[in-house]
Design a protein. Structure first.
Length: 134
């Protein structure tokens, strides 16, 4: 074999190794039960606002603290803490997609994606993404 063939095989092997090692970082939609069982790992959880009266956001005290309760698609409820301001039209959203991880019995969200009905799009979903400040 020539040296060029050996170099190409090494590059291909490195590329395959890189793809396999990063494939575990691809996130999928999960539920709170899975997030609790794998505490500390980041997940995306889809659900709905479960207790609108229990939302907590007081910008005069801490403008970067927002908490609420959400039910995932399987019906499990969890408290969610987001280190950022309350997103606009949060209470109107149809679905909420959270990216974050469990810490005890609290889900710490780093990103919130809202799926809201829009009065301008004939009932089609409009999405907004919000990220917590690091």
């Amino acid at each position: 074999m020539r040296k060029s063939h050996i170099a190409i095989l090494i590059i291909i092997a490195l590329a395959i190794t890189y793809i396999i090692s990063t494939s575990s970082n691809y996130s999928t939609y999960e539920n709170f039960t899975t997030a609790i069982s794998k505490e500390g790992k980041e997940f995306q959880v889809v659900g709905n606002l479960s207790r609108p009266d229990a939302m907590y956001y007081k910008p005069e005290e801490d403008p970067n603290f927002f908490s609420f309760y959400m039910k995932d698609k399987q019906g499990k409820e969890a408290k969610v803490v987001y280190k950022g301001p309350q997103p606009a039209d949060f209470a109107r959203s149809e679905d909420i997609v959270l990216t974050g991880k469990m810490n005890g019995d609290v889900f710490e969200a780093s990103k919130i994606l809202l799926k809201c009905p829009s009065k301008y799009n004939d009932g089609k979903l409009e999405t907004q993404t919000f990220e917590a400040k690091s």
